[in-house]
Ligand binder design. Structure first.
Ligand code: PEP
Ligand code: MG
Length: 728
């Protein structure tokens, strides 16, 4: 009888039967380079969970160490044989042991033994290798097998530093991404039948994806359509004839549909293992997501049940559709070991408002389902099994946050006005149509920055004109009479499309990117401009260009747009053409720039990095240079002065507009339009409502006058705000 955890117990039974072997055992690699007997059919049950070998010790250890199979008619006389009396294996002469490998890593060893000395046939070895591969998939997907005896280490707190994919704070029990079920049947003598099963399952899977898009995303039609953008690249992988064809070929060699899907997934994973390009690595998450979906469809299983309230999902990788599934099941946060901030899962997590972290290697392995965890998407930590005082502190912080949000809700319908009556336009920074419901949720005055490249990155390709036009039209429909500033594609630098190679230069942020590409290869830019004009269909349209360094560049870009507008079937009733201010050189061309630009928006993220020569992505430089410093405030003053003189509206859409103290200073200086992520809008309304800008202005002036060569004015400014109990 088989011994071991239930699914592995079934596997050893099945393999022993299929191989006509008296013994089948599974050893799994445990921390400390140990191999532990995790399940057996034929050896002594008491040895399960107890028999351990070092990797490299004994035949099983040798197989694990070398990653190659051993097929031995007389194992006991092999020089590596290590006797383990508790197993009762002295009865067995022949042994076939194969490594369970995945992505270059050995996760365990699968072995069969027979009393009679025999050499296993080539086909038998292949069957064992296929089973070992399936087991490795299962182990990897489930994050390993829980050790039978949880030592003290299992209860200890673990902290993981993480990259933040989507901000927010949540705590609850963890749930690990479910394992791919081990296939019961591996081989078939009816490939035609299996091909039919595959076709039916593929159709079910595609239908499932359509349903996800139609039903499971937040309600209204525009958003559902928008999510299609996000899922389009994923859907392309789903429908990709390439990998499905390889599954078909594998079935024709005699594998069942399940085994064939897993084999092809394993091969794809192996070939993608060395890819470092984050966008291509995202495709790997897509494939894994689809494999899970296809296996579920093949098994004809019911959709998985909801998770415990507040659950935090832990996954090695996660595809976008899978994230939607888990969102529908009720998770409150997600931690993905391997995900890039610009990847699909990250984009969707932000759009769904789901706190998300990545870069936490080993977290899936360190957790057991149901362990408590704190996901801190502000500081970028995951705390597994937190100490009581830590969870209490976080619980208090969350309760305070919930209370704050409830208090802010009534502000949704109120205009953003300071205590002294200055009306400030608060606009949204968004990039996906799925985020459009934030207009209503926040009562924003419009969209101050629509980052068109986000949809392109989500899709993994630039859509054709009609599709682009449809998506821009949805944005215009959603905002109605309120303004939207569409920014043309800001690709390159760190925003690469699949297949794009990063520019070999040492400073991609200062390389051939954004409008520079648009002007050098104008076909793509022209198509985008045409799509924007089609979407407007006679309505007012505002377009701005990113990364403009010279007036000549702006003029060239403007010329392209005007030429397209002249050809449009229904030109916009009003066409406003503006520029981002992100490159310091523009600051010395303001009079001529403002004579040609209809509006300017300060992209402080890039502007700060170029002003201070400080990479905006560098953790080591974060916070080193303060925008609340004399050079920046003087620069902004000069910009405002020029803009007023030229009567050109100027707004701020970089991150500084969303930070309370910075926003207060900007508003006091005279910026009346600030554009920011949705979650900052209501807190900003509350801050402004409490702030007397007229009283603040002389204080700000005095602090600036008295600053000398201070690197930062933050402290005296914050002190003023704190004295007035402003929520900074
Ligand atoms: C900026 O640079 O401030 C900006 C808003 O653009 P992005 O962050 O998309 O580069
Ligand atoms: Mg920028």
């Amino acid at each position: 009888m088989a011994r071991g955890s239930a699914p592995l117990g079934e596997v050893v039974e099945l393999v022993a039967a299929e191989m006509v072997s008296e013994v089948c055992s599974i050893y799994v690699v445990r921390p400390g380079d140990l191999l532990e007997l995790a399940a057996t059919h034929g050896l002594r049950a008491a040895a399960v969970g107890h028999t351990r070998l070092r990797v490299g010790e004994g035949i099983v250890g040798l197989v694990a160490a070398t990653g190659t199979a051993l097929n031995l008619p007389d194992a006991q006389n092999h020089p590596a044989f290590a006797y383990r009396g508790e197993t009762g294996e002295d009865l067995y002469a022949s042994l076939l042991a194969v490594p369970m490998r995945r992505a270059g890593e050995t996760l365990g060893v699968l072995a069969v033994q027979n009393r009679a000395p025999r050499r296993f046939t080539g086909i038998e070895v292949e069957v064992m290798e296929t089973v070992a591969m399936l087991l490795a998939e299962t182990l990897a997907a489930s994050g390993g097998i829980a050790a039978p005896e949880e030592g003290a280490a299992g209860a200890l707190t673990r902290r993981f530093d993480a990259a933040v994919l989507a901000g927010g704070l949540t705590m609850g029990p963890v749930v690990r991404r479910g394992s791919a079920p081990a296939s019961r049947r591996l081989l078939t003598d009816d490939p035609a039948g299996e091909l039919q099963r595959l076709a039916a399952a593929t159709a079910t899977m595609q239908r499932g994806i359509d349903e996800l898009i139609a039903d499971r995303l937040p309600a209204v039609a525009a958003e559902a359509a928008a999510s299609r953008e996000v899922l389009e690249a994923y859907r392309l992988v789903a429908a990709d004839a390439g990998w499905l064809k390889r599954v078909t070929v594998a079935i024709r060699t005699g594998l069942t549909a399940e085994a064939a899907v897993l084999r092809v997934a394993g091969e794809l994973r192996e070939s993608m293992r060395r890819i470092t390009d984050p966008y291509l690595r995202e495709r790997l998450a897509d494939v894994e997501d689809l494999v899970g979906r296809l296996l579920t469809a093949l098994e004809g299983k019911a959709p998985p049940p909801p998770v415990a309230p507040g659950s935090i999902l832990l996954a090695r990788r996660l595809g976008p559709a899978e994230l939607l599934d888990w969102h529908a099941r009720g998770i409150a946060g997600v931690v993905i070991e391997e995900a890039s901030p610009a990847g699909h899962a990250a984009i969707l997590a932000r759009a769904l408002g789901l706190p998300a972290l990545s870069g936490t290697r080993g977290v899936v392995e360190s957790a057991a389902d149901g362990d408590d965890a704190v996901l801190d998407g502000e500081a970028g930590h995951l705390i597994l099994r937190p100490e009581t005082d830590v969870s209490e502190a976080y619980a208090k912080a969350m309760a305070a946050r919930t209370a704050r949000q409830a208090a802010l809700a009534p502000l949704r319908t109120a205009p953003a006005t300071s205590a002294d009556g200055t009306r400030i336009q608060l606009m949204l920074n968004v990039g996906l149509a799925i985020e459009l419901d934030q207009m209503e949720a926040t009562g924003a005055d419009g969209i101050g920055l629509y980052r068109t490249e986000i949809g392109v990155l989500a899709k993994g390709a630039i859509a054709d004109i009609a599709e682009q036009a449809a998506s821009y039209a949805r944005v215009l429909d959603a905002v109605g009479a309120r303004p939207v500033l569409f920014r043309t594609l800001d690709l390159g630098g760190d925003k690469l499309l699949p297949g794009d190679r990063a520019e070999p230069g040492e400073n991609p942020a200062m390389g051939w990117r954004s409008l520079r590409i648009g002007l050098d290869r104008p076909a793509v830019l022209r198509r985008q401009l045409r799509a924007l004009l089609m979407a407007a269909d006679g309505r007012p349209l505002s377009v701005m260009f990113p990364m403009v360094a010279t007036v000549a560049e702006f003029r060239a870009a403007r010329g392209l747009l005007e030429a397209e507008a002249a050809k449009a079937a229904r030109p916009p009733e009003r066409l406003a053409i503006g520029t981002m201010l992100e490159i310091p050189a523009l600051l010395w061309q303001l009079p001529s720039l403002l004579a040609e630009a209809d509006f300017v928006s300060v992209g402080s993220n890039d502007l700060m990095q170029f002003l201070f020569a400080a990479d905006r992505g560098s953790k080591l430089l974060a916070g080193r240079y303060d925008p609340l410093s004399p050079p920046v405030l003087d620069m902004l003053d000069s910009l405002l002065e020029h803009a007023r003189a030229a009567s050109v509206p100027v707004s701020v859409c970089g991150e500084i507009a969303s930070r309370p103290l910075e926003a207060l200073v900007l508003a006091a200086m005279g910026f009346t339009t600030l554009s920011m992520p949705a979650m900052s809008i209501l807190p900003m309304k509350a801050l402004l409502a409490a702030a007397d800008l007229a009283a603040f202005r002389p204080v700000l002036a005095a602090i600036r006058r008295g600053s000398g060569a201070a690197a930062s004015l933050r402290e005296p400014l914050a002190a003023w705000a704190r004295e007035r109990q402003l929520p900074i």
